[in-house]
Ligand binder design. Structure first.
Ligand SMILES: C[S@@+](CC[C@H](N)C(=O)[O-])C[C@H]1O[C@@H](n2cnc3c(N)ncnc32)[C@H](O)[C@@H]1O
Length: 238
């Protein structure tokens, strides 16, 4: 996957040199390029200006962004504008992005953008219902969530198919050695070696956690007869 990032602060992206994303880059699975669009600003390197009609703050000008995008070598990229007014990022969206070969992220700053910049983009995306100082942290989060879904980036596919949200449910509780830690023991079923019972226990725990913490996720969950019956039992017990 090739990712181009338009930003005024390329140095903020240092975290993407480490951990799983860093390794994906080392393995040649991911190629990231930074473009400081200040370098393409015609007007004395000014990237921002006052809004027409008055109002607070400064807006990113269209020219540096248009010229920077023009210079990027590309085929048919998804062009993502980081914007609190956009569609909210989630696991399903990360899965969609992981299928793409080319992504371009445009990170805003200041009060916002000249609206005409939006004619360049395919997606306007928000990280959540809050306002950050710039798009960099949002872009990094989205890139991290997307890159770990690219085949070969994380060893076994199973390591993310059970993740919270990937299955439509929150992930079940997990334990590792030792069996007894400060008097807290691992549930017996996990020690049994009985794969079918372990599967059922995990499904039950996932359903219970999701029902308790994020019942909204169950509205879109693809229930089987088994999971529907389990949910009824959970509701009766709580
Ligand atoms: C201070 S914010 C501008 C907020 C804008 N005045 C508004 O009310 O929507 C500056 C930039 O940070 C980025 N940003 C802020 N919050 C964000 C969020 N929740 N998701 C994605 N990007 C965000 C966007 O690129 C935005 O243009």
């Amino acid at each position: 996957m090739k990712i181009d990032i338009l930003t005024l602060f390329p140095e903020m992206f240092a975290p993407l040199e480490h951990s799983i994303v860093g390794k994906a880059r080392d393995k040649g699975l991911l190629d990231i390029h930074y473009h400081n669009f200040r370098e393409n600003a015609e007007k004395a390197r000014h990237v921002d200006d006052e809004p027409y009609g008055g109002g607070q703050g400064m807006l990113l000008r269209a020219q540096p962004i248009f010229d920077t995008i023009d210079k990027i070598e590309k085929q048919q990229p998804r062009v993502i504008l980081l914007d609190p007014a956009g569609r909210t990022f989630d696991q399903g969206y990360a899965e969609e992005l992981a299928q793409e070969e080319e992504l371009i992220f445009i990170c805003g700053h200041y009060e916002g953008y000249d609206e005409r910049i939006k004619t360049l983009v395919t997606d306007e995306i928000s990280l959540g219902d809050y306002v950050l100082t710039g798009g960099e942290l949002a872009a990094m989060t989205m890139i991290d969530a997307t890159v770990r879904l690219i085949p070969e980036v994380i060893g076994k596919e199973a390591s993310h198919t059970d993740d919270s949200f990937s299955s439509g449910l929150l992930e079940y509780p997990q334990y590792t050695r030792p069996y007894d830690y400060r008097g807290m023991q691992v549930p017996e079923v996990l020690m049994s070696g009985h794969h079918e019972n372990i599967r059922k226990w995990r499904l039950y725990q996932s359903l219970k956690k999701t029902y308790e913490r994020r019942p909204d996720l169950l509205e879109n969950y693809d229930f089987t007869d088994e999971s529907q019956k389990m949910l009824e039992q959970i509701k009766q017990k709580i």
